[in-house]
Design a protein around this ligand. Structure first.
Ligand code: KG4
Ligand code: ZN
Length: 337
């Protein structure tokens, strides 16, 4: 087969991810996470993340090669997340990618983290429909994108004006006494509660934009809990978790479908860590079906940050004939889409 073997490196936050693909075939996806080192701080500590990336980088590449049954010298191209993300964390991945590319004498591709979250779906569901709408929801971003061609053109349509969706999950989890990162815990606890027990506010629900706002919701949940505690009432945590979750996924699915409608697009992709949320998956499936929109959601392991997504986009760039990045490629913490 003549499609190149692409090694992808992701270090934009707290996961050191290394993936290997050939075309849209996934050959390896290995992760080392420093999430446990951050848990006691209740959030990702940039310096801790950078150091963990440095320590994990070479062993994670070794594990990926082992998983794929390959040697380093088999690699034909190296792709790396150039941004957006934590500056120091990105720098470790970019420096490593340059070293591998230079050492192997193969091209280097700096990629955008958000576009990589979109491209990864192809490893599971095949080539993306052109165009599609992508909604990326994670701890660091909540964006709606129009994607005419993931390798060449990705157009931002809207994003959060304050907290990211995952950030809201993590902050509300903290108020509810659940561990960091809180999203999966809220998801689990909410299954025991009712999503319409409490009517929490839905920020920017009807404002006609494709932007999101989650900080008002987060504050409303905290105030609701405080008021009950002050009155000496016991709080039914599953109902609070489920009602908060319902407010988030109601707005997300509503805006995603509004984007499809406004741009006449009938394929929606949802990615990023929050796409692992079971209620978001269920409600999106239900509303897409009713709207005649085809829905693609990668499996949870491909939704959260990983190296395979970077390799997948790198593979598309090679296939599209996009010029490689220069060895001076900078890490850019606020790289625009
Ligand atoms: O994409 P990701 O791994 O990293 C970032 O780029 O941020 O996303 C992590 C975020 C965290 O905020 C986490 O709480 C959230 O995704 N998350 C979830 C679920 N699984 C992960 N949020 C809601 N429900 C889940 N099942
Ligand atoms: Zn991400």
């Amino acid at each position: 087969r003549d499609e190149p073997l692409v090694l992808g490196i992701e270090t934009s936050c707290d996961e050191t991810g290394v993936g290997i693909v050939r075309g849209h075939t996934l050959l390896a996806n290995t992760i080392a996470s420093s999430v446990e080192e951050h848990a006691r701080f209740g959030g990702v500590v940039p310096e801790v993340a950078s150091r963990a990336h440095l320590e994990a980088m070479a062993p994670t590449v070794e594990r990926a090669l082992e998983q794929a049954g390959l040697r380093l010298s088999d690699i034909d191209a190296v792709a790396v997340t150039a941004g957006p993300g934590l500056a120091g964390a990105l720098l470790v991945g970019v420096a490593a990618a340059k070293a591998y590319a230079l050492g192997l004498g193969v091209p280097l591709y700096g990629v955008n983290h958000l576009a990589a979250h979109v491209a990864v779906d192809q490893l599971e569901h095949g080539a993306l429909p052109k165009p599609c709408i992508a909604m990326l929801v994670s701890g660091g971003h909540s964006s709606l994108l129009l994607v005419p061609d993931v390798a060449r053109e990705v157009v931002p349509l809207g994003s959060t004006v304050d907290d990211a969706a995952g950030e809201a999950f993590d902050k509300v989890a903290r108020v509810l006494g659940l561990p960091f990162p809180g999203g999966p815990h809220i998801d689990r606890v909410a299954a025991e509660g009712s999503g319409d027990a409490i009517a929490f506010p839905r920020g920017k629900y009807d404002d006609g934009t494709l932007d999101f706002s989650f900080s008002g919701l987060k504050t409303a949940v905290a105030r609701w809990i405080e008021a009950r505690e002050r009155a000496g009432e016991t709080i039914h945590v599953p109902d609070v978790a489920a009602s908060f979750q319902e407010a988030v996924v109601d707005v997300l699915t509503r805006k995603a479908l509004a984007a499809c409608r406004e741009h006449g697009v009938s394929d929606l992709l949802i990615g990023g860590g929050v796409a692992a949320n079971s209620r978001l998956r269920a409600l999106a499936a239900e509303r897409c079906e009713a709207a005649g929109v085809r829905l693609r959601v990668p499996r949870p392991g491909l939704c959260t940050d990983n190296g395979a997504m970077v390799a997948a986009l790198g593979s598309d760039l090679v296939a599209a004939g996009v010029a490689p990045s220069p060895l001076e490629l900078p890490a850019d913490s606020s790289l625009p889409i």
